[in-house]
Design a binder for this molecule. Structure first.
Ligand SMILES: C[S@@+](CC[C@H](N)C(=O)[O-])C[C@H]1O[C@@H](n2cnc3c(N)ncnc32)[C@H](O)[C@@H]1O
Length: 356
């Protein structure tokens, strides 16, 4: 039996139901969900009963007892995944560690160095979180190979859902995680199906109409492409939530006066608005409080374009035959280039407006 059918059969035996969609292998994004008929807004596509999930409450007491109290849920679920693996039918559709190679954590340091600052900061946090969980795991279970734990840890970070129970509430919200079979096969789109949950089950509900054959996605959140890259290893082409942080571009080329101006503009939230998603509302600049020096702002943004050119050249100079992360880095810098150009266009005051 092929792995998808075997998963669905096993999941059905655990009470998971799936209606009007089917997991299917996609180009460049593993498995995703496809509509098998026309779907209406509000259709419940997948129901996963709580008893089919792997959360804090299903980690065996023996495993929890050996690990420190302060171990994250993320770390505990990964430990459970390695020490007490899910059914084969579920594991067989989960990517192997090699298939995580588009996630920057798995890139060589010379490629990681070329990430934009936001993605680099997220990576650092991930490295430190993983390091902390791995240290705990290793002390309690020295026989577990680091690669197995790393794989399990990234299975959790790339597939888990938010779970709120009495027990998870004492953990930070971003760590209230649980694994859900079948529901973890939805790919991400900026706007996607809704996830609703109660004590008994999780439902994935159609957010709009879909035609037969359409890919049906959920939204993992309003994430920028730096976040999607660092956390999941992909970039969206048209991401309504994409942004760039001016701090990501090395400000060493700016004079002290320009740096001060940039800080002032950020405080006024003017640059933040400029660097947000494109809109036709060019009047926004005039609506921001305080005085904006448009000419200076454009000069600074033009310097950013120079920085980006340099970053692209550094990526092109990477030469170890590994195309995947090179392509992702180039795509990301091109997207940031486009965001900066859009900011330049938007910073031009519309005619007739007061130049401040
Ligand atoms: C929750 S899983 C979704 C199912 C996954 N495609 C699979 O084969 O198991 C999340 C992973 O799917 C991939 N993914 C999700 N949405 C994507 C998208 N819009 N474009 C490319 N890859 C995507 C990424 O590899 C991400 O880490």
């Amino acid at each position: 039996m092929d792995p998808i059918h075997s998963l669905l059969e096993w999941a059905a035996s655990k009470g998971v139901s799936i209606r009007g969609i089917q997991p299917q292998t996609k180009t460049n994004c593993g498995i995703g969900m496809t509509a098998t008929k026309n779907l209406k807004k509000g259709d419940v596509l997948v129901t996963v009963p709580t008893r089919a999930m792997r959360g804090l409450d299903t980690v065996p007491a023996a495993i929890r007892a050996k690990l420190p109290q302060e171990m994250s849920i993320h770390g505990l679920l990964a430990a459970d995944f390695v020490l007490n693996p899910p059914a084969d039918s579920w594991v067989k559709v989960i990517p192997t560690i090699d298939e995580f190679n588009s996630i920057p954590f798995f890139w060589p340091p010379e490629a990681q160095k070329l990430l934009p600052g936001t993605a680099k900061r997220l990576l650092k946090k991930q490295q430190s979180n993983f390091g902390r969980d791995w240290e705990h795991l290793q002390s309690a279970y020295p026989h577990v190979p680091s690669e197995d734990y790393m794989h399990a840890w990234f299975v959790v970070s790339s597939r888990a859902f938010y779970q709120e129970t009495q027990q998870t509430l004492v953990y930070p919200w971003h760590d209230r995680l649980a694994l859900l079979p079948v529901a973890d096969l939805f790919n991400h789109a900026s706007v996607g199906c809704k996830v609703s949950y109660c004590a008994e089950s999780y439902d994935i509900v159609a957010d709009r109409e879909y035609g037969k054959g359409d890919e049906v996605c959920t939204s993992y959140g309003e994430h920028s492409n730096d976040f999607l890259l660092a956390e999941y290893g992909f970039l969206l082409q048209n991401n309504a939530n994409d942004r760039f942080d001016p701090d990501d571009l090395i400000s060493s080329r700016l004079s002290l006066e320009e740096t001060a101006l940039l800080k002032q503009m950020k405080t006024l939230a003017a640059l933040d608005q400029l660097c947000g998603p494109a809109t036709s509302d060019e009047g926004r600049v005039e609506n921001t409080p305080g005085a904006i020096d448009h000419v200076r702002l454009q000069k600074i943004l033009a310097k950013f374009l120079e920085e980006i050119k340099g970053c692209r050249q550094n990526v092109l100079a990477l030469d170890d035959g590994k195309e995947r992360y090179r392509t992702l880095l180039l795509q990301r810098w091109d997207q940031i280039d486009e965001l900066v150009r859009r900011a330049i266009r938007m910073s031009i005051p519309s005619s007739g407006s007061e130049s401040t």
